[in-house]
Design a protein around this ligand. Structure first.
Ligand code: FE2
Length: 733
């Protein structure tokens, strides 16, 4: 085995008894340097970090920047000091020594991770790293961290949760407010980095604040040669650059220096809308599975994030290990008797998105017989279809082949069951006046007798090789029917989010937890976000549908979502803390047809990434199909459509903010879980200066233990409860 290819943690047991005095344990031994170390920020440009505290362990992290060692790849010795106080006057002995010698290994970009063991529950400790150069000692900034309380201790819990911190032209102001709250830990739900350098779809790089790869030879290139050319990370060096640059931010550093972090990943730690080792940039046009790229992303995450892992302290990241399973990040942490935090990994083991992005829009995917076999019979959204392989339909087969080039699809699709609506649209496109004898049409006579089914265009999939109608903006009814159909056909394997092993772990851990509050650290929402434009007079006919705004998350796998929620239906006090959406939501998703089994989900807005409202608007403006259908005017009303009480599109969503940044602060005691949205207007993220105090707004929510209902502070000391029947806030007595 090539030892140098593995990053491992240096595990260090803090000697028993050290906690009283360290003199007996080697604390009086001479230090490897003379005098006091000098501040060496330039040698530790990402500062320090800590994470994954347990009652007896915590992970400490730093990275040494040394141009010479970087060029040669040589290892550099460092020293770690740990103390009970910030002045290091009460040092802790590390493995019997006053300082612990660790190695910043060239093979790991000179990242260092140390797992302290044998600590006391609920203790605060300070730490710093020291490097000695020509007899002179240089130190990192001092970090502060803490261990978790003992599992039996009923200690109130306070944590902040965050996600989505795009660096390009954007600033991390919410972290300052997080430090004002002084949480026990920060829960990071992913999109800690973004893998693209400046995607004009949502990134806004500036000269001062821009992700740049030194070497783009192996990067994925978009808009090549154009003014808005940008790149996506592929190599280990690219992914490391993302972390080095992101963590050059002083606000983010300060948060890591003051609080332990508990982190999971979402898609952008690897690639947009990732599933397994697959990307989705090209929407089915090319095979985007790239295991080496996935491993480069995983290795960089492993090197830079202060995470412990379930495989134990001897685990070493081995890029030769088969994917998936090369890095298992799902895990759980206890914080006293009140909190049990579960962090499933929803990206590594998930199946592909249900609707094929590359799908041919005219293709029938559910026949009349299949629809009639389901409860409910024929759905509202369906249409007639014909069989192009029938001899009498040969002219129509030719029509489909003729339209392939201008329609951007493969002429090989000119076969099988095809939607008549789609054939009509195609004929109208090729022959707008309806006069050409060369453009055959489906006869008007006999249409009523044709079988009716669901084709890809019924999902709003107007073009092949597009995420529209597949991952984004999908008509809900056909998605639910198709999902149910595939689920039965595949013996319940068509949709998977966690993989069998992780799902069993997740459900067992939830069901057997003895903690008061079960905190589900969830990388993307459980709560579906539907927009129902069927009764909106200003909606153009093409958009008069009930859409799911996204099917990239749990809402896009309705059967699996139901299965998991039903399996934990009788677990009390589940609090789902969610990232990814770049929007705030307070909601109570539930298994299908069983609102009594709901869980409470709070979704945080992005720290800095473009808000959901602004991304939807920019997509509506830039996509020709959406723009010509009149979507931009509707996009401005997104929040109204989501929360409109008359339309009842989302009875489970009590509150939502679509164009704000911020974080959520959670405070738990035996009686209540409180969640506070801290938010700022989206303009703030692009200003280098911290926002004025009055720009910081909050909404307080709470959930009484055992209730499964969301309450909101009224502002005068009272509370009101979200009522699922009336969809109103009603006073709590
Ligand atoms: Fe994000």
């Amino acid at each position: 085995m090539k030892r140098r290819t593995f990053l491992r943690i240096t595990a260090c047991t803090v000697a028993a008894g050290l906690l009283k005095s360290c003199g007996d344990d080697g604390g009086d031994a001479p230090l490897p340097w003379e005098g006091s170390p000098q501040p060496g920020d330039a040698l530790f440009p990402q500062s320090v970090a800590s994470g994954d505290p347990s009652p007896n362990t915590v992970i400490l992290w730093t990275r040494l920047e040394d141009a010479e060692a970087r060029a040669s790849g040589e290892d550099v010795p460092l020293y770690l000091e740990v103390a009970r106080d910030a002045a290091f006057e009460e040092p802790l002995a590390l493995g019997g020594e006053r300082v612990l010698r660790v190695t910043a290994e060239g093979a790991y970009d000179h990242c260092v991770k140390v797992r302290l063991q044998g600590l006391e529950p609920g203790m605060v400790l300070y730490y710093r790293f020291v490097v000695v150069r020509d007899g002179e000692a240089w130190m990192s900034r001092t970090g502060r961290t803490r261990t978790a309380p003992a599992p039996e201790d009923e200690v109130p819990v306070r944590f902040a949760f965050v996600s989505c911190q795009d660096y390009n032209g954007r600033y991390y102001h919410p972290y300052r407010a997080i430090l004002d709250e002084d949480p026990d830990f920060v829960l990071h739900l992913g999109d800690y980095v973004y893998e693209t350098t400046n995607d004009p779809g949502f990134q806004t790089g500036t000269e001062d604040r821009q992700m740049v790869f030194d070497d783009t030879a192996e990067a994925i290139v978009f808009n090549e040669g154009e003014e808005d050319e940008y790149h996506a990370a592929v190599t280990l060096e690219h992914y490391r650059t993302l972390y080095r640059t992101t963590r050059s931010d002083r606000d983010l550093q300060a948060a890591h220096e003051r609080c332990p972090f508990v982190c999971t990943w979402d898609d952008h730690e690897f690639t947009n809308d990732a599933w397994g080792a697959n990307g989705t940039y090209f929407n089915g046009r090319v095979d985007e599975e790239d295991v080496d790229r996935r491993k480069a992303a995983s290795q960089a995450w492993f090197e830079y994030m202060p995470v412990d892992w379930p495989q134990g302290p001897d685990f070493r990241y081995d890029p030769e290990a088969p994917f998936p399973g090369d890095l298992i990040i799902y895990r759980d942490l206890r914080w006293g008797s009140l909190a049990h935090l579960l962090l499933p990994d929803v990206r590594t083991w998930r199946t592909e998105h249900l609707v094929d992005e590359g799908g041919f829009p005219g293709r029938v995917v559910m026949t009349e017989d299949q629809l009639l076999a389901q409860p409910g019979g024929l759905p509202d959204v369906q249409g007639p279809y014909i069989d192009l392989d029938a001899p009498e339909n040969a002219p129509l087969r030719q029509l489909v082949a003729d339209g392939a080039e201008s329609g951007g699809y493969d002429p090989a699709h000119a076969r099988g069951l095809v939607s008549v609506t789609w054939l009509d649209d195609l004929a109208n496109r090729l022959d707008p006046d309806g006069t050409s004898p060369d453009v055959p049409r489906v006869p008007e006579d006999g249409r009523d007798e044709l079988p009716r089914g669901i084709a890809f265009h019924h999902f709003a999939k107007t073009a092949p090789y597009s995420s529209l109608g597949a991952r984004d903006l999908v008509v809900e009814e056909p998605l639910l029917r198709y999902s149910a159909h595939l689920w039965e056909e595949s013996q319940r394997t068509s949709e998977d989010m966690l993989g069998p092993e992780q799902e069993a772990w997740f459900i067992d851990t939830m069901r057997s937890s003895t903690a008061r509050w079960k905190i589900w650290g969830n990388a993307y929402p459980l709560s579906a976000m539907a927009v129902d434009l069927r009764t909106v007079e200003t909606a153009p006919p093409a958009l008069a549908q009930r859409f799911l705004m996204t099917a990239e998350d749990w809402a896009g796998m309705p059967r699996r979502r139901h299965h998991v929620l039903a399996a934990i239906a009788d677990v009390e006090n589940v609090l789902v803390c969610t990232g990814d959406r770049h929007a705030f939501l307070a909601a109570t998703p539930h298994p299908d047809g069983d609102p009594d089994a709901r869980v409470v989900e709070f979704v945080t807005g992005a720290v800095s990434s473009g808000t959901f409202g602004s991304i939807v608007l920019s997509r509506a403006q830039s996509d020709p199909t959406l723009r010509s259908a009149g979507a931009p005017a509707l996009a401005l009303l997104l929040r109204d459509f989501l929360l409109n009480r008359d339309v009842r599109a989302n009875p489970h969503i009590a509150e939502g903010l679509m164009r704000e940044h911020g974080f959520v602060m959670v405070e738990l005691d035996a009686d209540h879980a409180e969640a506070t949205f801290h938010y700022w207007d989206e303009a703030v993220a692009r200003q280098p200066e911290p926002p004025a105090e009055e720009e910081h707004r909050v909404i307080h929510f709470r959930v009484p233990s055992g209730s499964r209902s969301i309450e909101r502070a009224t502002g005068d000391g009272g509370w009101e409860r979200w009522d699922l029947q009336t969809l109103t806030w009603t006073p709590v007595d």
